[in-house]
Design a protein around this ligand. Structure first.
Ligand code: ADP
Ligand code: MG
Ligand code: MG
Length: 251
């Protein structure tokens, strides 16, 4: 079943009106894993942020439809409620708020919107406890302040935990492998794989073949100057790793 359809999407930076996305086309079906690769500055993060409705960007043309609904008509919060999740490239620290309280609040906000009763601390603990295993986290991790003093790997795993708590039909993961050693990368990849079902999909932005060997993509896309210029299988990532972007550049 069709999940996301992006057609000829163009977008500019709201402040300067500089065009970054120059006609992106992408179709994602349920159960698929899509990887987006591309040189620094090619517009990968912008594309991800435009999908979730980041205010730094303005859509100037094209369309993006998620689960049959026009994303352009939806506020960022409603996009998230409808099942679109994005991991933040640099998660913020929230001093004085414990991780579990933060996740509990985020989850309750969602439940409230859906007309479901909020979960108290004990019920929420019961809900989140089984998910800790998935991200290979110990319970003491829940009592630490959000992202405060987290290592790179812990931050990433915390984002995946957040995803596991909230649930999503399409998860956009922007460089979840950045700054991770092989063990941490393996943990994060396992967690993502653990969340994959035939019903949900992942769009992951990465520079590295290694991540794609852990989380097997259905398709790999290459972005160049605000457009997807090539789509294929894991072979693309292997060529990139060996020969660099010049090997597939259209410029
Ligand atoms: P990628 O994720 O592929 O490395 P980005 O989408 O982050 O690329 O950036 C694409 C281009 O847009 C870059 O030249 C970047 O400097 C510029 N850009 C993106 N967001 C902003 C912004 N909020 N303000 C100014 N320039 C931006
Ligand atoms: Mg970049
Ligand atoms: Mg980026």
């Amino acid at each position: 079943k069709l999940l996301l359809e992006v057609k000829d999407l163009t977008a500019v930076i709201a402040e300067s009106k500089r065009e970054i996305l120059k006609g992106v086309n992408l179709t994602v079906y349920e159960g698929e894993v899509h990887a987006v690769m591309g040189k620094n500055g090619s517009g990968k993060s912008t594309f991800a942020k435009v999908l979730v409705g980041h205010p730094d960007y303005e859509v100037t043309g094209g369309s993006m439809v998620f689960k049959g609904e026009n994303l352009l008509d939806m506020e960022p919060e409603d996009r998230s409620l409808s099942g679109l999740f994005m991991s933040f490239q640099s998660p913020v620290e929230i001093p004085g708020v414990s991780n579990i309280d933060f996740l509990n609040m985020a989850y309750n906000a969602r439940r409230k919107k859906l007309g479901l009763p909020e979960l108290g601390p004990i019920e929420f603990y019961a809900y989140i406890f089984p998910k800790l295993d998935l991200v290979n986290m110990k319970t003491d991790f829940l009592n630490r302040n959000v992202n405060e003093g987290f290592s790179g790997g812990e931050r990433k795993r915390n984002e995946i935990l957040q995803l596991a708590v909230l649930g999503a039909d399409l998860s956009i993961l922007d460089e979840i492998d950045s700054g991770l050693d092989v063990d941490a990368l393996c943990d994060v990849a396992k967690a993502v794989n653990g969340l994959l079902t035939p019903k949900n999909s992942v769009l992951m932005i990465t520079h590295y073949l290694r991540l794609l060997e852990f989380i097997k993509p259905s398709y790999i896309h290459v972005m160049e100057d605000g457009k997807i210029v090539k789509t294929g299988d894991i072979t693309i990532a292997k060529i990139l790793e060996k020969e660099g972007y010049k090997a597939i550049s259209t410029a």
